[in-house]
Design a protein around this ligand. Structure first.
Ligand SMILES: [Mn+2]
Length: 299
C-alpha cells in the first residue's frame, strides 16, 4: 500500500491511466498479454501493454463525448501475464487461467495484446459461463484459416478456433471491417459467421438488435483501422476505417446498452509506431470502451 499522500505528489509508472482500485473493489480488471510468437509477418506486439501504459499518461481521464470520467469507475491493473515464450499451448493455458480467475470473481477482463491468438483463451474463459455468447470481431483480417503453415494455433486462425467452440449451429461471431483473407476463409465465413467486408459502422447499426440482451465479447485488432491512422501493427492492411469510425461504433454500442462481458485489444506494435499514433489510439480506445460499458462507482 502507498502512503495516503502518494497520489497528491506522484503518479506511475505502473498502471494504465494510474488505475488505483484494489482487486477486491474493482469491477473491471485490466491486464497485459505480451505474447507475439505466432505473428506471421512483423513481430513485436509483446511490447504493446507496457507502451500503452506509458502513453496513457498523455490522454484525459475524462471523455467529452461520453461525459464520463475514469475516476468514476473501478479498474484494477493486474500487470502482465508471464508468458513462457515459444510454447504456444502452455502460454494459452496461462492466459486462460488468469482470465478465468477474473471472470470467476464476477469481474470483467480487459486484456491488451499481444498478438490476436491471445483472444482464444480469453474468449474461452468467458464462454464457459455464457452459452449464448456473441463475439464482435473488429479486424482487417478474417482470421478464419483452418491452419497456418500447418499450425492450428496461430494469430491467423484465431476466429476459426473461436467459432469451433460453439456447437449449436448458430452464428455467434460478427466480423466487421474484414478486407483480407483467402477464398476458403470467405467460404467458411458464409457458413459460420456474420462477416461484413470493409465496413464497420453501417453494418453494426443493421445487426445490433440481434445481440441485444445477450452477453457480448468485443475483440479489436487495431489493424481494422487504416494504416494511415494505425501504422504500428504487425500486418497492416490498406483500405481500412478511420479512427473516428471506430469510436462511433463504440459509442453506438453504448447507446444500444449491450451487455459487455469481456474485451480485448490486440496487435499494436510500438517499435513500428514512430509517431506513437497507433499506441495513443489504442489507449484512447480502451478509455472510451471502459467508460462506455462500465458501471459507475456505487452503482
Ligand atoms: Mn488483423
Amino acid at each position: 500500500m502507498r502512503p495516503e499522500w502518494w497520489s497528491e505528489f506522484l503518479e506511475g509508472p505502473g498502471s494504465f491511466m494510474s488505475f488505483d482500485s484494489d482487486w477486491d473493489s474493482a469491477t473491471e480488471v485490466f491486464f497485459g498479454v505480451p505474447m507475439d510468437f505466432t505473428a506471421s509477418f512483423r513481430p513485436g506486439s509483446r511490447m504493446g501493454p507496457q507502451r500503452l501504459r506509458e502513453v496513457s499518461y498523455g490522454i484525459e481521464e475524462y471523455s467529452m463525448p461520453l461525459d464520463r470520467d475514469l475516476r468514476d469507475i473501478k479498474v484494477h491493473d493486474l500487470g502482465d501475464i508471464i508468458i513462457p515464450f515459444g510454447n504456444v499451448p502452455r502460454s494459452l493455458q496461462q492466459i486462460e487461467k488468469v482470465a478465468k480467475a477474473v471472470v470467476d470473481e464476477g469481474k470483467r477482463s480487459w486484456a491488451i495484446g499481444g498478438e490476436h491468438l491471445v483472444s482464444l483463451p480469453l474468449i474461452k474463459a468467458v464462454r464457459q459461463r455464457h452459452d449464448d455468447l456473441i463475439v464482435l470481431h473488429f479486424d482487417a483480417h478474417a482470421d478464419l484459416r483452418y491452419d497456418y503453415l500447418g499450425e492450428r494455433l496461430s494469430h491467423a486462425t484465431v476466429m476459426r478456433r473461436v467459432s469451433e467452440m460453439f456447437h449449436d449451429g448458430k452464428k455467434h461471431i460478427y466480423q466487421f471491417g474484414i478486407r483480407s483473407g483467402t477464398k476458403e476463409e470467405r467460404e467458411y465465413a458464409k457458413e459460420h459467421t456474420h462477416c461484413f467486408f470493409g465496413e464497420v459502422f453501417e453494418p453494426l447499426k443493421q445487426v445490433a438488435h440481434e445481440f441485444k440482451g445477450k452477453p457480448v465479447y468485443i475483440s479489436i485488432d487495431i489493424d481494422v483501422v487504416d494504416p494511415a491512422f494505425a501504422p504500428g501493427t504487425g500486418t497492416p492492411e490498406p483500405g481500412g476505417i478511420t479512427s473516428k469510425e471506430l469510436f462511433q461504433a463504440i459509442h453506438y454500442l453504448k447507446d444500444e446498452e449491450i451487455n459487455l462481458v469481456g474485451f480485448d485489444l490486440v496487435e499494436i506494435l510500438p517499435h513500428q509506431d514512430a509517431s506513437e499514433r497507433t499506441t495513443i489510439l489504442g489507449a484512447k480506445i480502451i478509455r472510451e470502451a471502459l467508460l462506455a460499458f462500465s458501471p459507475k462507482k456505487g452503482a
